[in-house]
Design a protein around this ligand. Structure first.
Ligand SMILES: C[S@@+](CC[C@H](N)C(=O)[O-])C[C@H]1O[C@@H](n2cnc3c(N)ncnc32)[C@H](O)[C@@H]1O
Length: 197
């Protein structure tokens, strides 16, 4: 449905569309490629997984990044987000208020000397790694093996950009153990999570 078709909808349909269309969703007015209901997953993950560091691959406009920054700031934990492109900061005063520059690295995460690779390989706190960049299957395959047992990795766009065949070798080798599938399915989320075995 294009933008003008949406304007034709009656207001109740318009807000329903906003709830389900990944590319019309905003957090505090900044676009995020998520459904709003996905945010509840991260809210709960903070309290059930207790990550000491949250890392997002794929900042895009930064809506989800702002939310994750708030969740981690509140817990006095670091957050880091990576994108090959710079996010648009105009019209995003929260980017400055939340000191997002400290959390953002512009790079190709697959580069051999990438900051992400070095960060994951370093002596760092326990991470929650969220794969939402340009190639989710490759992100999970390459970065899952840099995690430590018990750490959690998530991938977005399940069924569209990544599927069971992409993670099967890691799951069969018990390097990744499916985690929170009922929670994701209950809210019809496109996120999937695994614990590093
Ligand atoms: C689906 S969007 C991220 C959505 C964002 N997490 C959100 O919830 O709003 C994917 C992002 O990955 C970035 N990207 C693509 N390839 C990349 C790479 N090799 N390294 C880092 N970022 C990459 C793109 O520039 C794009 O902004």
């Amino acid at each position: 449905m294009n933008a003008s078709a949406i304007e034709q909808l009656d207001p109740s349909q318009r807000s329903l569309n906003w709830l389900t269309d990944l590319f019309r969703t905003t957090f505090c007015g900044i676009q995020m490629a998520q459904r709003w209901v996905d945010l509840v997953l991260f809210e709960k993950l903070m309290d059930e997984v207790f990550p000491e560091l949250v890392v997002e691959i794929g900042t895009w406009e930064g809506g989800l990044s702002l939310y994750l920054r708030m969740l981690t700031l509140q817990r006095k934990n670091p957050f880091h987000t990576f994108d090959i492109l710079p996010p648009r900061r105009e019209g995003n005063p929260l980017w400055k208020v939340l000191r997002m520059e400290e959390c953002f690295t512009q790079e190709d995460v697959f580069g051999s000397g990438s900051v992400l690779r070095k960060l994951l390989a370093s002596d760092r706190p326990a991470v929650l790694l969220l794969c939402d960049g340009g190639n989710k299957a490759r992100e999970v395959r390459e970065f899952a093996l840099l995690l430590r047992p018990g750490e959690v990795i998530g991938a977005h766009d399940w069924g569209n950009e990544i599927g069971a065949a992409d993670v099967r070798p890691l799951v069969e080798a018990e390097q990744l153990i499916p985690f929170w599938l009922p929670q994701c399915e209950a809210i019809n989320s496109l996120w999937r999570f695994w614990v590093r075995g």
